[in-house]
Design a protein. Structure first.
Lengths: 112, 113
């Protein structure tokens, strides 16, 4: 069953613009993670934010987490054509749990 | 570090045949996960292991599916007998700790005809 729901399902922007993707989830979490998947490839871990954190940065990526609204956002600044991929949020919930539950993803197209 | 290694990359088999997918996790990672990805259902967790012990197999769709992890460096996912609706990309992933990202393999694209 899906825990996270990404929004929008698809996003098309010009190179150099910023891309924002949102994720909402249903139950309380231990952490939330974002992954990228290029077409035909495996998923690549981008960033993890813990439930007691509000914001994290990694290079051109910025992730926010609002546990009161059960939502997160991923911002990619100054996008590049190479950022074209599907982006998934995933959550770890429950005491002692290791398993990640994924949303269905946002398909990002960056047009050169 | 070679990452998580899955084999084969592609598998085409006839309905009713046995299929075995293989995974070698990253050395030192004590959690291993098998996921299935389809357009309709997205990424679904099938089973995960901690220290070679199956912890949660509630995602395994039917008794036709089985998974083993005989040691820390090898796991298999077996489908017997296979059916066309099993066609999907199967991913293996490993992780060292709970508050750590997963490393995914490149996946096995299974087509059952």
């Amino acid at each position: 069953s899906q825990q996270g729901e990404e929004d929008p399902q698809a996003l098309s922007i010009q190179e150099g613009e910023n891309a924002t993707m949102n994720c909402s989830y249903k139950t309380s979490i231990n952490n939330l993670q974002w992954y990228r998947q290029n077409s035909g490839r495996g998923l690549v871990h981008l960033i993890l934010i813990r439930s007691n954190e509000r914001e994290k940065h990694s290079g051109r990526l910025r992730v926010t987490l609002d546990t009161s609204k059960k939502s997160s956002s991923l911002l990619i600044t100054a996008s590049r054509a190479a950022d074209t991929a599907s982006y998934f949020c995933a959550t770890v919930s429950g005491a002692g749990s290791y398993q990640l539950t994924f949303g269905k993803g946002t398909k990002l197209s960056v047009i050169p | 570090d070679a990452g998580v290694i899955q084999s084969p990359r592609h598998e085409v088999t006839e309905m009713g045949q046995e299929v075995t997918l293989r995974c070698k996790p990253i050395s030192g990672h004590n959690s291993l996960f098998w996921y299935r990805q389809t357009m309709m259902r997205g990424l679904e967790l099938l089973i995960y292991f901690n220290n070679n012990v199956p912890i949660d197999d509630s995602g395994m769709p039917e008794d036709r599916f089985s998974a083993k992890m005989p040691n820390a460096s090898f796991s298999t996912l077996k489908i017997q007998p296979s059916e066309p609706r099993d066609s999907a990309v199967y991913f293996c992933a490993s992780s060292p700790l709970r508050d750590y990202g997963y490393t995914f393999g490149s996946g096995t694209r299974l087509t059952v005809v």
